[in-house]
Design a binder for this molecule. Structure first.
Ligand SMILES: Nc1ncnc2c1ncn2[C@@H]1O[C@H](COP(=O)(O)OP(=O)(O)OP(=O)(O)O)[C@@H](O)[C@H]1O
Ligand SMILES: [Mg+2]
Length: 372
């Protein structure tokens, strides 16, 4: 192409991308991939204008910069670099598939874009506390090789000082320039404080900015919003996200998997999982950790503390009453065994046969030995 025309065209693309956002950016990228065969030089000069998902794939070294407050120079977001040791969250089947889909689409972004399709750009995760929303965002960032920027919307909205709007925009702009996963935590905060008298005008504008941002989000970075109160968000907000992922409290299978992932032997994991229905993953994992600490600090066997914790929990209804009762009985037998009571003593106290005690103990014991 003639040089002046090419320069003009590049200017046009640059402006188009600047004002037109994600959709135009994608078309420009498509144009570049169409002309690549006939005019490689042109295609190469277009590339930096739409560094989009192309940069995303190249970004093995994540940006070290993070947006800062203009006055204080304090960081506006929490930055976590991708960590190859980040543990994988244990998720229920559907959520698991959705998260895999996000990773798959982001990895195939270029092919999708060449076909005029956009990879998933925004994800809304909802669910009760401690089920892995934050952890899943970190996992996504790691899988995509991107830094995770976390912005707690609740604190942004409550520390409202006029500058918040500007700071917030700075964060969004930054995330649209540097490939990252931007986590807007406590996203339901945008639904609250709406009718707060003092700041209402400014807050409303901020909410508008947030919603507009989701609409125009470029595929360069992945936007993840997390909320414990999905019910507070109106359907118009839900609809704006490319994907909504529901993370419920973990079911029995997930509780077993999570315990297994922490090297708890199967039979013990099953007993603990049966007794811990209704618990979130966070409490379950904390119980495992504190049981381990207990063993180191006071010598109480790890299994004893963990089973005691599980036995102290209130009943459940996702597992049958019969299974619950059996698990409680197993727990009781095993605990007494760990405390040094004889099979005969246990049998008479728990009201089962001597052989049942021996069988239960050896089942749980076998697993215990298999741990190392
Ligand atoms: N699905 C999960 N699989 C494995 N571990 C989990 C899972 N969910 C939570 N955990 C454990 O609990 C910790 C806290 O979880 P996380 O902060 O991701 O929960 P959250 O859903 O973001 O909670 P909140 O709503 O309170 O922010 C994690 O660091 C991890 O140790
Ligand atoms: Mg969280």
């Amino acid at each position: 192409m003639e040089q002046r025309a090419q320069k003009e065209l590049l200017e046009l693309f640059r402006d188009a991308v600047k004002v037109g956002g994600a959709a135009l950016e994608m078309r420009v990228r498509r144009f570049a991939s169409l002309v690549r065969a006939s005019d490689e030089e042109l295609a190469l000069s277009i590339a930096p204008l739409v560094s989009g998902t192309r940069a995303l794939r190249k970004s093995t070294a994540p940006a070290a910069t993070s947006p800062v407050d203009a006055d204080s120079r304090l960081p506006l977001v929490r930055v976590q670099l991708p960590d190859s040791h980040a543990p994988e969250p244990v998720l229920a089947g559907e959520a698991q598939q959705q998260i895999e889909q996000v990773i798959k689409e982001r990895h195939a972004a270029e092919r999708l874009e060449a076909a005029g399709l956009m990879p998933i750009r925004s994800v809304l995760m909802s669910g009760p506390p401690g089920v892995g929303k934050t952890m899943t965002a970190a996992w996504l960032a790691t899988q995509l090789g991107l830094p995770l920027y976390t912005l707690d919307l609740a604190s942004v909205m409550s520390s409202f000082l006029g500058r918040t709007g500007a700071n917030f925009r700075a964060v969004l702009e930054h995330a649209q320039r540097e490939p990252c996963v931007l986590l807007l935590d406590e996203f339901d905060a945008i639904a609250k404080r709406r009718d707060d008298d003092a700041d209402v005008g400014e807050l409303k504008r901020l909410v508008t900015v947030i919603l507009q941002t989701i609409d125009d989000w470029s595929p360069l970075s992945l936007l993840v919003a997390a909320t414990n109160h999905g019910e507070l968000l109106d359907p118009a907000v839900w609809r704006r996200f490319d994907l909504t992922v529901n993370l419920p409290l973990p079911a029995y299978e997930q509780r077993v998997s999570a315990l297994l992932s922490r090297e708890i032997p199967l039979s013990l994991a099953q007993v603990v999982a049966l007794l811990s229905e209704g618990q979130n993953m966070s409490s379950l994992m904390r119980a495992v950790e504190s049981s381990r600490k207990q063993q180191i600090l006071s010598g109480t066997p790890f299994e004893e503390t963990l089973i005691s914790w599980a036995s102290s929990l209130a009943g459940a209804d996702d597992v049958s009453e019969r299974e619950q009762r059996a698990a409680r009985r197993d727990a009781k037998i095993f605990l007494r065994h760990l405390r040094g009571e004889s099979a005969r003593e246990i049998a008479s106290l728990v009201g089962v046969s001597h052989t049942t005690v021996i069988r239960t103990v050896s089942r749980l014991k076998e697993a215990e030995d298999g741990r190392t």
